[in-house]
Design a protein around this ligand. Structure first.
Ligand SMILES: C[S@@+](CC[C@H](N)C(=O)[O-])C[C@H]1O[C@@H](n2cnc3c(N)ncnc32)[C@H](O)[C@@H]1O
Length: 312
């Protein structure tokens, strides 16, 4: 899989503040030196005649905002082991992957991105665009996130996992993927997840008789909203129990989207039993015991496994 695309010559980075291109695009301060104008046109950030309108200016600002969180993680891995692998789940049109490749991977000789996407036409389109741009270390697999965990097309270890608005439980599968691949970093912007709200709804009558806490999700609208919030709380606990340090922030500048919670998880220790116990208790307390397997932390590594701090 990794050899599928031919490598083309990349233009050297011009470090000046503005960029011009051979195809006549005027100097635009927001376009970084060395950035592919062809890519920005394909992503509809630049118009066909090379203009940047108000909407695309905002879009670009948002992409740079997300990039500023991911770039230091890539740098860190690259500095530590001379290579870096990133898997982007629910890639869609691979907007994120292409921008990451253009801004980071293109100027390095090592590193690889793989996009996972269930829609074949998007996979084909992205594969063709990567070939057209000469993004040789970029691949796309037509798989579900779940199937990507065991596919022989991916290595046993992946450094960075991203999932930007991956639908419903695809974010949960992306976490499972990250845990099974011993990912050093996971960057997640979850989408709506209906499963937790569904289980809350199913056990509502029992919960109301058992605990006044259930008032928090009694009304249907609250069931959905609380379900969504508690899903992310459970994901964070799952990651922490698996030995990750987690930060949760708002993806500022993403205000056009209702879903702008950014979860960044950094592997830093072995599994933490006390957090796993809290996660278990929380599941019981709010009637979500049915979902124990969904939020199962990573198992403790075998006694002869490499410690997390030495793994990279
Ligand atoms: C809302 S789009 C987000 C696309 C992209 N990440 C972005 O932010 O622009 C979600 C994408 O995830 C894909 N998807 C949904 N469930 C998936 C699954 N279980 N495995 C892989 N891809 C999935 C959909 O086909 C869709 O392209």
């Amino acid at each position: 899989m990794m050899q599928r695309m031919s490598r083309t010559k990349q233009r050297p980075l011009n470090r000046s503040a503005t960029a011009t291109s051979a195809d006549g695009v005027s100097t635009i301060p927001e376009i970084r030196a060395g950035q592919s104008v062809a890519l920005l046109k394909e992503l509809h950030i630049l118009t066909r005649d090379g203009k940047l309108n108000q909407d695309s200016r905002r879009k670009l600002k948002q992409v740079y905002h997300l990039y500023q969180f991911i770039e230091p993680l890539l740098q860190q891995v690259l500095a530590a082991r001379g290579d870096v692998s990133l898997v982007d789940h629910g890639a869609g049109k691979s907007y994120l992957g292409f921008i990451l490749y253009d801004l980071f991977f293109k100027s390095h000789t090592a590193g690889r991105i793989v996009g996972i996407e269930t829609r074949q036409e998007l996979v084909d389109k992205s594969q063709a665009l990567a070939a057209q741009l000469g993004f040789a270390r970029m691949d796309f697999l037509n798989l579900t996130v779940q199937a990507s965990i065991t596919t022989p097309e991916l290595p046993a270890q992946i450094d960075v996992v991203t999932a930007l608005h991956a639908c419903d439980t695809a974010t949960d599968d992306a976490i499972r993927f990250g845990l099974s691949k011993n990912a050093r970093f996971m960057v997640l912007v979850p989408c709506c997840q209906a499963e937790v709200a569904g289980v809350l709804r199913q056990h509502k009558a029992l919960s109301l008789s058992r605990t006044p806490l259930s008032e928090i999700w009694r009304h249907p609208l609250h069931t959905r909203e609380f379900g969504s919030q508690v899903t992310n709380v459970l994901r964070c606990l799952q990651l922490e129990a698996s030995g990750y340090q987690v930060t949760v922030t708002e993806l500022v500048g993403w205000e056009h989207s209702m879903k702008n919670e950014l979860i960044i998880a950094t592997r830093h220790s072995g599994p933490r039993r006390s957090v796993a116990a809290r996660l278990d208790k929380l599941l019981d307390e709010i009637g979500l015991a049915d979902l124990r397997a969904r939020f199962q932390p990573a198992p403790a590594p075998a006694a002869d496994a490499e410690p997390a701090s030495a793994a990279q």
